[in-house]
Design a protein around this ligand. Structure first.
Ligand SMILES: O=C(O)[C@@H](CO)OP(=O)(O)O
Length: 215
């Protein structure tokens, strides 16, 4: 059985400001750095063999902190990036016009091929996230990888493993530096292939990100 751990990056400056990031980027806050150190201590004794991260700055920094504690390197995989939110990236969530908010709603309410102008659909994110996850099956026998990605991308992955639509991810709270685990297994009691063992655990954090408490 292959166990793959999933971590959302630490809190960033724009998370705290409720500013849309998508494939734009902002640095970890001091709280985000602390969260990354706390999740690193949590996974330290899990014999992680590979840390694979979205190539954006916030995930790369989180991955470096984890890899340093786990004693392994960091591999970057752009398939793990956050959903591309097109023309709304860098915008404050509270500043959107009604029309802009309708673009965001279409993205998350199941409109087929719903997307923000210039951005990705949830279906497209699902395809590339599964590609990155399935690549873990090609690692040497006995590997235990940890993927560092983003809120909507990871939510989309977990939702689709559960057989839900990609946009169901809006009903799964994945806080900054939460830890999830998915297993590739052949148990007679479960559906063959990927199953969700754990999702969104933050018991290792001393406080969830401030911005999460405001939502
Ligand atoms: O891009 C963003 O603004 C958020 C959305 O969930 O993603 P993350 O902070 O996880 O990169």
């Amino acid at each position: 059985m292959l166990q793959v751990y999933l971590v959302r990056h630490g809190e960033t400056m724009w998370n705290a400001e409720r500013r849309i990031q998508g494939q734009s980027d902002s640095p970890l806050t001091a709280r985000g750095e602390r969260q990354a150190a706390q999740v690193a201590q949590r996974v330290k004794q899990l014999n992680i063999t590979h840390v694979i991260a979205s190539d954006l700055g916030r995930t790369t920094r989180t991955a470096e902190i984890i890899a340093n504690i786990c004693g392994c390197g960091v591999t970057l995989d752009p398939r793990l990036r956050e959903l591309d939110m097109g023309v709304l990236e860098r915008r404050q969530l509270d500043s959107l016009t009604q029309e802009e908010e309708s673009w965001r709603r279409r993205l998350v309410n199941g409109t087929p091929d719903g997307r923000i102008p210039g951005g990705e659909s949830m279906q497209e994110v699902s395809v590339r996230m599964h590609g990155a996850l399935n690549a873990c099956c090609e690692l040497p026998q006995g590997s235990r990888p940890l993927l560092v990605s983003h809120g909507m991308a990871l939510g989309c992955l977990v939702s689709t493993i559960l057989g839900l639509a990609p946009w169901a991810e809006r009903r799964l709270r994945l806080r900054n530096c939460s830890l999830s685990r998915v297993d590739f297994q052949q148990s007679p009691w479960l559906a063959p292939g990927w199953v969700v063992e754990m999702a969104g655990d933050i018991s290792h954090l001393d406080a969830p990100a401030l911005d999460e408490l405001q939502r």
